[in-house]
Design a protein around this ligand. Structure first.
Ligand code: BTN
Length: 337
């Protein structure tokens, strides 16, 4: 019996749509049906079918009997054919799954990892019905307004090195936000991304590991892109914000997702080749925590207040609680006072 195609494998129709889009984009203006057909090795009828289906997904493609087709507008939706790169330069997101709605992209990615999904898989949803935050909290994930996605990675590192990776992930997102929006994104230890002091991104890293061996990481990233002030529940109104709230303008999700994937791939490759040291140093330049008076609440411990003096080589936050007395934190909620 023929087995069902795994969810992460690109469907023939998605491949066709992605090839037609790439050809329309590379030429910019009008491309004749005949040229498209020759270039892609598809019949003119097949081209017409892909163009029609792209229109149902919100693409505006003009057709003129004499000039051919012209891509006018692309919807800002992370469809799998938009996320996966055709040129193969970017392996991160080379396989991707897009769902209009899912309970949690982390939960689905963990399930797909168990089914043998490839490293670099990116699972994106427009809306999460049970988005998960750190420490069992909920993550507000309404449709059309955020980037809710998870990455599957299998780094050759020990479980004890994961805290460093977690810090690096925050710096990666902050850098991508800076590139795309110009906003001065900073990282609150370990990996919350803040703009003007408000949280615009949270990262939930889950791992499957044995004592000495890491099987895989699921890196769940939630970026509040275009949420408006009234979309936050009362308890988050003073804590959370979005890129559009802070920049005063709507931000496109797709270029931001591409920038995060690109930056993450580069930093991941550097991490494996040069180790965490230089990356943590660079990440430290974006720290909103170091140099600040902080309160750290770690599980099962009394809250501790002090001056955040730095980040240790293993990713721990160093807090000076009295002259000459320093404590290291590997996990916990930090508030800047
Ligand atoms: C935090 O508490 O700050 C972490 C929030 C992480 C949210 C993201 S959204 C995509 C992925 N799927 C989830 O269920 N959670 C993460």
């Amino acid at each position: 019996m023929k087995s069902a195609q795994p969810m992460w494998q690109m469907r023939a129709a998605d491949k066709g749509r992605s090839e037609v889009l790439a050809a329309l984009r590379s030429d910019g203006g009008y491309v004749s049906g005949e040229q498209l057909s020759r270039r892609l090795g598809l019949s003119r009828n097949a081209i017409w079918k892909y163009v029609s289906s792209l229109r149902t997904y919100g693409y505006i493609i003009e057709a003129s009997p004499r000039k051919g087709y012209c891509l006018v507008t692309t919807p800002d939706t992370p469809y799998s054919w938009e996320v996966s790169s055709l040129d193969g330069q970017r392996w991160l997101g080379g396989y991707s799954v897009y769902l209009p709605e899912v309970d949690s992209t982390n939960k689905l990615t963990k399930e797909l990892a168990r089914q043998g999904a490839p490293t670099g898989l990116c699972v994106v949803a427009d809306k999460q019905t049970a988005g998960r935050g750190r420490r069992g909290r909920n993550w507000v994930s309404p449709p059309g307004s955020g980037l809710w996605f998870s990455l599957l990675l299998r780094p050759p590192m020990a479980p004890s090195e994961v805290p460093c990776f977690s810090l690096i992930a925050g710096a990666v997102v902050a850098r991508a936000i800076r590139q795309v929006t110009g906003l001065s994104a900073m990282v609150k230890w370990p990996n919350d991304v803040l703009v003007h002091g408000g949280k615009v991104c949270g990262i939930l890293i889950e791992m499957s590991a044995e004592v000495e061996h890491l099987n895989h990481l699921v890196v769940g990233i939630g970026v509040n892109v275009n949420l408006s002030a009234n979309q936050w529940p009362a308890e988050l109104r003073n804590v959370a914000t979005s890129l559009s709230q802070e920049s005063g303008t709507k931000v496109r999700r797709l270029p931001l997702l591409h920038a995060i994937l690109q930056e993450m791939q580069q930093w991941y490759e550097r991490l494996l080749s040069v180790g965490a040291g230089p990356l943590l140093e660079e990440a430290g330049e974006l720290s909103a925590t170091v140099g600040q008076q902080v309160k750290v609440v770690a599980v099962g411990q009394q809250p501790v207040c002090g001056l955040a003096v730095g980040i240790a080589a293993d990713g721990a936050l160093r807090v000076q609680i009295s002259p000459g007395e320093e404590r290291l934190f590997y996990a916990g909620d930090v508030s800047i006072r």
